[in-house]
Design a protein around this ligand. Sequence first.
Ligand SMILES: [Zn+2]
Length: 113
Amino acid sequence: MHEMSLAEGILRILEDTARQEAARRITRVTLEIGALANVEIEALRFCFDAAIRDTVAAAAQLDIRVLPGHGWCMPCGRTVPLAALADPCPQCGSFQVQAVGGMEMRIKEIEIE
Ligand SMILES: [Zn+2]
């Protein structure tokens, strides 16, 4: 389950931020995760809750925004919305769709006290 290493990576960034800003605690984290990033949101929440125990981020609220996925459909010759990596083109049903957006994952905001 790679969500645990994701959660630990996020926690490391939070701890670094808290140290740099001399913060007492992290109150909120906002993540942006692409719909095609291959991240299980519920699993990530679960792992995050486990990872932050007894850390400076123990009381942090986790906000997750899912960014829509996009693919380039060869037969249509244009960009189409894509809910999952293996999905066909919603316009023509072709599977010749190359994902072009929605694979990213980043920390958008960190709130500290
Ligand atoms: Zn198409």
